[in-house]
Design a binder for this molecule. Structure first.
Ligand code: UD1
Ligand code: CA
Length: 463
């Protein structure tokens, strides 16, 4: 049996009121379509997956082309039935089709496999994946021959429900298995004589039944898996479900997440046991956090690697960076891409780093900018120190050795090298290299005028 998966993803998503294609809207940090393709790829290889694209087709293709799936172009979106008509040529040669919706992203591969197996077991022309959620409003309803029968007579869209049909709670998930031959034998019989003037794929159920073909229903065990995302509110509900699942998985592996409902954690994130994540933390992308860490509230960490026993205090932003064991970050530190914070190093409040490497035990505790810099182990960077890395045209590097003392409020004009064990006097503007163990002062000598203030207050005494 040759099986293909068709994913319908051409619609505009009018109910979203968005310029972007619906299937590119994200839940759990990834586009809806990416979730669907990931599940489909566990059932058939990507070359047997056909994505029907139309609205914003170029952007949609671009977003998922790395997966190796194929594309079918539905240039005018005349309904779900029309989407499958459009795919007919591309899927010629397959015996069976699984049809998925680009806007039903929580569907698990196990459920797709169960639908396929049930469909083959029933020898049905069409099998509909159904569910009975608490509130069926908005979904098409599935009419069975009788309550206990696997056989279906029709699918009725919400807007076409008769008063008696309003009580039917079993919904059409928009996911189906088909035998290709009967599907394509009857698909041209679809009409657009309905509320939206569209060719509904759902109407194929009654057409097949009329032709004497068997149409079956298979109810998903977990209705949450087949929820669709037609509005931003629905999408954010799915996002919540997905992220709560991620949080639960982390907690099952020994991570403490205080108030998980307030956190935003992508499914790609890994966290070690005995790490504590406080409320209102975001952990995004390819972030790895080790064991025994604590991430305090309001920190956002993206694509970063954090070793064990690291404390990230409140309000830090950490992007594309690496932090070694036992480091202390924050509160209110901004680690921009390419920051590498060494073992036991400290980065304190209002410190910004970019392409900056701090050695073991190095400290920059207050109000500092370190860009394109390398700071040796044990070096102390005083409050308010700035690396002047940009001359208006080019970026230059600042290299500071080990066990250096950089006095507060110094400006270090790159390119610049400061040797091991050197001292920089507070308030210096350093423009020349400093050798090992030297003291560099780059400021004007202080002038003190005794009695000057008294005279200013009582000028008559001047005479
Ligand atoms: C559809 C079903 C409904 C079911 C619901 C489940 C129909 C007529 N109705 O309704 O019974 O309960 O899904 O979520 O099918 N698409 C195309 N080309 C088009 C139109 C749509 O590719 O011309 C794609 C959309 O991008 C979307 C999917 O098909 O991914 C479903 O379309 P949508 O308009 O969201 O259908 P629903 O109204 O949700
Ligand atoms: Ca939908």
């Amino acid at each position: 049996m040759k099986l293909a998966i068709v994913i319908m993803a051409a619609g505009k998503g009018t109910r979203l009121k968005s310029k972007r294609s619906k299937v590119l809207h994200e839940i759990g940090g990834k586009p809806l379509l990416t979730h669907v393709i990931a599940s489909a790829s566990r059932i058939v290889p990507p070359e047997d997956i056909y994505v029907v694209v139309g609205h914003e087709a170029a952007q949609v293709e671009n977003a998922v082309k790395d997966t190796g799936v194929k594309f079918v172009h539905q240039t005018e979106q005349r309904g779900t039935g029309h989407a499958i008509q459009t795919a007919q040529e591309a899927v010629r040669g397959y015996d069976s089709l699984l049809v998925l919706s680009g806007d039903v992203p929580l569907l698990k591969p196990e459920t797709i496999a169960e639908l396929r197996d049930f469909h083959l077991g029933q020898q049905a022309a069409m099998t509909i994946l159904t569910a009975s959620p608490g509130d069926p409003t908005g979904y098409g309803r599935v009419l069975r021959k009788n309550v206990n029968s696997p056989e279906v007579t029709a699918i009725v869209e919400q807007k076409a429900l008769t008063p008696e049909q309003q009580s039917v709670r079993e919904i059409n998930s928009g996911i189906y298995a088909f035998q290709a031959a009967p599907l394509f034998a009857h698909i041209d019989e679809l009409t657009n004589n309905n509320a939206h003037g569209e060719y509904y794929l759902t109407d194929i159920a009654a057409l097949l039944v009329k032709a004497g073909d068997r149409v079956a229903a298979f109810e998903a065990a977990n209705p949450a898996e087949v929820l669709g995302a037609n509005t931003i509110a629905e999408m954010m509900e799915l996002d919540r479900v997905l992220r709560m699942e991620t949080a639960r998985n982390l907690m099952a592996n020994g991570v403490t997440i205080l108030r998980p409902e307030t956190t935003v954690i992508d499914a790609t994130v890994e966290v070690g046991a005995d790490t504590v994540i406080e409320p209102f933390v975001q952990l995004l992308g390819e972030t790895r956090i080790g064991e025994d860490c604590r991430v305090r509230s309001y920190s956002v960490i993206e694509n970063s690697t954090i070793a064990d026993k690291v404390l990230v205090r409140q309000g830090c932003v950490i992007l594309d960076s690496k932090i070694e064991t036992g480091a202390l970050i924050g509160p209110f530190s901004h680690l921009r891409p390419g920051s590498e914070i060494g073992e036991g190093a400290h980065v304190g409040n209002f410190v910004e780093t970019k392409k900056a490497k701090l050695g073991k035990g190095a400290k920059a505790n207050h109000l500092t900018y370190l860009g394109d810099a390398e700071i040796g182990s044990g070096t102390n960077v005083g409050a308010g120190v700035i690396t002047c890395n940009y001359d208006g045209v080019h970026k230059h590097r600042t290299l500071i050795g080990e066990s250096v003392f950089v006095g507060s409020d110094s400006t270090l004009v790159a390119p610049l090298t400061i040797g091991n064990g050197a001292y920089i006097a507070a308030g210096s503007c350093i423009t020349e290299d400093v050798p090992d163990d030297a003291l560099a002062l780059g400021r004007s000598r202080q002038t003190t005028k005794e009695g000057w203030a008294t005279l200013k207050r009582r000028p008559e005494e001047k005479a």
